[in-house]
Design a protein around this ligand. Structure first.
Ligand code: SAH
Ligand code: CA
Length: 230
């Protein structure tokens, strides 16, 4: 299968879910963007379609209008967000890699949702700090999606928990890191240990954060869904 299918469940179960419930309902333009990304050397980084489907549902449930995305890549989750928000929706989308974003841009334009997107070519931390400096941004976003450099997740969290309004959601992707979070350290390939450690540290910290309610969904590579409680 030419896509990021996630590896948390058995391959057969994932295949069943994708073929029965996800692919038949995936908007055509999103599939086209996914196909265009599959040939990219880092194409596996695109958000898993089953996780995307959950995200679209949550965006609609929230009636999210103002959102933030940290880690755009070619724009699968960004286009999905744009398709799941109203016509006057606004998405602040941050990524230092404009080249990857440009692969997805023709699809975003064809979908007629480019006007919702404010793409900022930069590492995310300084942009989030800048947003926070303006009181008219604080506590106004309904939704944020974080899918970037894993060692900064807690730094993003400290900012996003202030930018998102009470009742709003923040979703962190890849928090189960291919399932390795539950493995004994010695079984984890050396090149995965550092990111796994970031996930372990983040998961523990987020579980202890009383400002939010959480649910860890084992879709894709692990979605930690946080609701700002107060
Ligand atoms: N959500 C995307 C996948 C993101 S992959 C999708 O659905 O396709 C991770 C992305 O994080 C990469 O594009 C990378 O450039 C970006 N990234 C890395 N460091 C970052 C940083 N400091 N701030 C924002 N984005 C960053
Ligand atoms: Ca991801």
């Amino acid at each position: 299968m030419s896509t990021n299918t996630g590896i948390l469940q058995s391959k057969n179960l994932t295949k069943y879910i994708l073929e029965t419930s996800v692919f038949p309902r995936e908007p055509k333009i999103l599939k086209e963007l996914r196909d265009a990304t599959a040939s990219h050397p880092w194409g596996f980084m695109g958000t898993a379609p089953d996780a995307g489907q959950l995200m679209a549902l949550l965006l609609k449930l929230l009636n999210a209008k103002k959102t933030i995305e940290v880690g755009v890549f070619t724009g699968y989750s960004l286009l999905l967000t744009a398709l799941s928000t109203p016509d006057d929706g606004k998405i602040v989308a941050i990524d230092p890699d404009r080249e990857a974003y440009e692969i997805g841009q023709p699809f975003i334009k064809r979908a007629g949702v480019q006007h919702k997107i404010d793409f900022i070519e930069s590492p995310a931390l300084p942009v989030l700090d800048k947003l926070l400096e303006d009181p008219s941004n604080v506590g106004t976003f309904e939704f944020a999606f974080v899918d970037a450099d894993k060692h900064n997740y807690w730094n993003y969290h400290e900012r996003l928990v202030k930018l998102v309004k009470i009742g709003g959601l923040i979703i962190y992707d890849n928090t189960l890191w291919g399932g390795t979070v539950s493995w004994p350290e010695e079984d984890v390939p050396a090149n995965k240990r550092e990111s796994r450690q970031s996930a372990l540290t983040f998961n523990k910290a987020i579980a202890g954060d009383s400002r939010i309610e959480i649910s860890v969904a084992s879709v894709g590579d692990g979605f930690t869904i946080c609701r700002r409680a107060h």
